[in-house]
Design a protein around this ligand. Structure first.
Ligand code: UD1
Length: 362
């Protein structure tokens, strides 16, 4: 069988790595990897390929940045000829980024089967570009691989046929399980002179937080207050960096917020592993902290990953900055949210996907 994988942005890379490895262990499988080039900086892309052991992409579409329409349309235009030339049995798309929906749309129009890895997640917030990408990709997909039971339920409610849906678990956790020992050996804590469980990690990049000056100002103000009592490490996403610069915001005071460049996978995993609490608006980080048992405060009004709240360590704080401060204090005094690991987040999700594909196309 021939499988073509499409990836484009940072959160796709830790998902494709274990799926390619599990398929590579099977006989008579040929794989093609297409990178759309949505993310292109060394520290947003190349570093991840190296650390995660992903093969060099066979094709890079080089689409780069742009508006949603430009980015999506450029992937579509450039991907169509690639997929027509390759004629795979199935194209696998990952997560909810613009590259995901663009590739799925191309394939569904020319009759090439699509498999969606991380299907069924819903925030029920259509103002999020990722939510549009999720809903529409799932409508077009032929095989839908979900990370948790809520995903199955959402898909069934949207009329997706049950025989297309497979609950396989979380492929992002496959990568975490494999690389945690390596991450624990990193020297990033030493390099930043951090003590275990005595610092906070922050990431922010969602348009709803960083494109709105008042909202961004309120979050940063709160983080500055928090940084009076504990160190706050903030690897800054390029989108956020751009906004902070454009808005002329300068938040440094004393040690303040320690803004650093985006980190590679292993260093960031190491920082999460030993943090007292993580503050984020990312999707994947809500899952990683749940697996690691580290309290997570999600600065969004909702989450498409409710299992991290119901079972895991996640608390959705929305725009309630007082709640955020209180939860930080609790975590620092060792009283942060505790939780368990959701079913099938066991490091074997990608093996399940490979077995299903072998049965279907092998
Ligand atoms: C994208 C995904 C989001 C994911 C995030 C992880 C969509 C709609 N959004 O958001 O789901 O959580 O990636 O990072 O697909 N930029 C660089 N260098 C890069 C990449 C981006 O400088 O390597 C800058 C560009 O100037 C761009 C901005 O960051 O304008 C945003 O990049 P973009 O790909 O549009 O979306 P993200 O906010 O990264």
């Amino acid at each position: 069988m021939k499988i073509l994988h499409v990836v484009g942005a940072r959160p796709n890379f830790m998902k494709v790595a274990p799926v390619m490895a599990s398929l590579g262990a099977k006989e008579k499988v040929s794989q093609v990897l297409v990178h759309t080039g949505q993310h292109y900086d060394i520290n947003m892309s190349d570093t991840f390929f190296k650390e995660l052991g992903i093969p060099q992409p066979d094709v890079n579409l080089g689409v780069g940045s742009g508006t949603h329409a430009e980015q999506t349309a450029n992937v579509m235009l450039k991907f169509e000829s690639v997929v027509l030339a390759e004629v795979p049995d199935i194209v696998l798309v990952y997560g909810d980024v613009n590259s995901t929906i663009a590739a799925a749309l191309v394939c569904s129009k020319i009759g090439i089967k699509v498999g969606h890895v991380e299907a069924g997640l819903r925030s029920f917030d259509r103002t999020m570009p990722e939510e549009i990408n999720r809903v529409l990709t799932d409508q077009m997909a032929d095989l839908l691989f979900t990370p948790s039971q809520d995903g199955n339920e959402n898909l069934l409610k949207e009329g997706v046929a049950s025989e297309k849906i497979y609950l396989v678990g979380n492929v992002m956790i496959d990568t975490l399980v494999r690389l945690l020992p390596k991450a624990e050996d990193r020297s990033i804590l030493k390099e930043l002179s951090l003590e275990e469980k005595n610092y906070i990690v922050v990431t922010l990049h969602r348009p709803s937080n960083v494109d709105d000056i008042e909202r961004l100002r309120a979050i940063i103000k709160t983080l500055l207050v928090i940084s009076g009592s504990v160190r706050v490490i903030f690897p800054v996403h390029p989108r956020t960096k751009k906004r902070i610069k454009e808005m002329g915001l300068d938040f440094r005071s004393g040690r303040g917020l320690e803004m650093i460049e985006p980190l590679g996978y292993l260093d960031f995993l190491s920082l999460q592993r030993y943090a007292a609490v993580v503050i984020t608006d990312s999707g994947g980080i809500q899952e990683e902290t749940t697996f690691l048992g580290v309290p997570c405060l999600t600065v969004r009004e909702n989450t498409e990953r409710p299992v991290t709240v119901a079972i895991g360590t996640n608390t959705v704080v929305g725009s309630d900055m007082d709640l955020m401060k209180r939860e930080v204090e609790k975590a620092l005094s060792g009283d942060g949210k505790r939780g368990g690991v959701p079913p099938l987040w066991d490091g074997k999700a990608s093996e399940r996907i490979a077995n299903i594909l072998e049965k279907t196309f092998g």
